[in-house]
Write a protein that binds this ligand. Structure first.
Ligand code: NAD
Length: 310
């Protein structure tokens, strides 16, 4: 283990209040991540150790050698924890946030405070969600999802941590209990007061009837997709479970994430600090590439496709 961040208390201390936030303020021109490199003490500890020559990292020179090296690491690992982001679902037709043409280039995100305090913001959030419904409804698991579920069924993966809200890991064959959703799920809704669950057709029918987002029939508080917005508190159970998984695996696979949304982006660092090997599969550089043991900067479907048959 490198550094002292292999326990949940130290992590809490490092992160402060656990609220979902992007690394920096939204800017309409943003299409890629830029970070504050030295800010995170976990990252600092790993980079310092690496500078002292105790470890090396590798950016795969081409797809073929990346897949081969990943295959060897998968074969050697007893417990693999995948950590997925929006990039694993782009081949399924769901746009990510930060790629050119991604959701941030089209719509400013609506933060939690704004949703709570403004009826207009709630109506706009629901209008956007209904506009996305044909996309979410048509999406089927892609090669990345299918490869991960093959490794799950082979007993290599105990559970998966995801930032995604699209339900595609469950649809691919993971048991719902084995999908740790850090940012919730957009395929149903919940009251933000009492937590009462609602299905989307119910919300849509009320919206069409009144022209406005419905409130909870139990406690009158606003009804929201069951997702975690920027500024909203992270789900405690999911954070605890993700911490345990990151601390007790021997291979951690960060797949399709720009690794700029916190505190989720802390899990690859936590796993690495606790002794796991870290692999990053993403078609553009991330702020954590220099702490990874293997970086594969290629398409996720192409990279994980060979593991679908496992
Ligand atoms: P992100 O948009 O910040 O990053 C996605 C990364 O994946 C980008 O770096 C992009 O270059 C890469 N990528 C896209 N397609 C790829 C492909 N085919 N092969 C390889 N790399 C690919 O997304 P994030 O890091 O997950 O974080 C942003 C937030 O977005 C999360 O809170 C998440 O809840 C939310 N989100 C989820 C979905 C979804 O559920 N599918 C979609 C959009 C946004």
């Amino acid at each position: 283990m490198i550094g002292g961040f292999c326990d949940a208390k130290a992590v809490d201390k490092a992160y402060g209040k656990v609220v979902k936030k992007p690394e920096r303020r939204f800017n309409a021109k943003d299409t890629a991540s830029v970070g504050h490199r030295s800010r995170n003490p976990q990252r600092r500890a790993i980079v310092d150790a690496r500078r002292k020559g105790s470890e090396s990292h590798v950016i795969a020179p081409d797809l073929r050698s990346g897949v081969e090296r990943l295959g060897n690491m998968i074969a050697e690992a007893a417990s693999i924890v995948p950590f997925t982001g929006a990039g694993i679902s782009t081949e399924c037709g769901i746009p990510d946030f930060r790629s050119p043409g991604g959701l941030w280039t089209r719509n400013r995100p609506i933060a939690f405070d704004e949703f709570v305090s403004s009826r207009d913001a709630r109506d706009e959030a629901w209008r956007r969600r209904f506009a996305m419904e044909p996309t979410f409804a048509a999406a089927k698991p892609g090669r990345g999802h299918r490869a991960l579920v093959a490794l799950y069924k082979a007993g290599k993966i105990p559970a998966i941590i995801t930032q995604n809200i699209d339900n595609l890991h469950q649809m691919s064959g993971f048991k719902a209990d084995d999908v740790v959703e850090l940012h919730g799920n957009t395929t149903y809704a919940r009251c933000i007061g009492c937590g009462q669950a609602y299905d989307l057709p119910w919300v849509k029918a009320r919206f069409d009837e009144t022209g406005s987002a419905p409130d909870c029939t139990v406690c009158d508080e606003p009804v929201k997709t069951a997702t975690i917005s920027f500024g909203q508190s992270m789900p405690e159970d999911a954070m605890r479970r993700a911490t345990e998984l990151a601390q007790h695996c021997d291979l951690f696979l960060a797949i399709g994430s720009s690794l700029v949304v916190w505190p989720a982006a802390g899990f690859p660092l936590m796993a690495k600090n606790c002794g796991a090997k870290l692999v990053i599969v993403n078609n553009e550089p991330t702020e954590q590439d220099d702490v990874a043991d293997l970086v594969i900067r290629h398409d996720i479907g192409e990279t994980l496709g060979p593991f679908v048959g496992n």
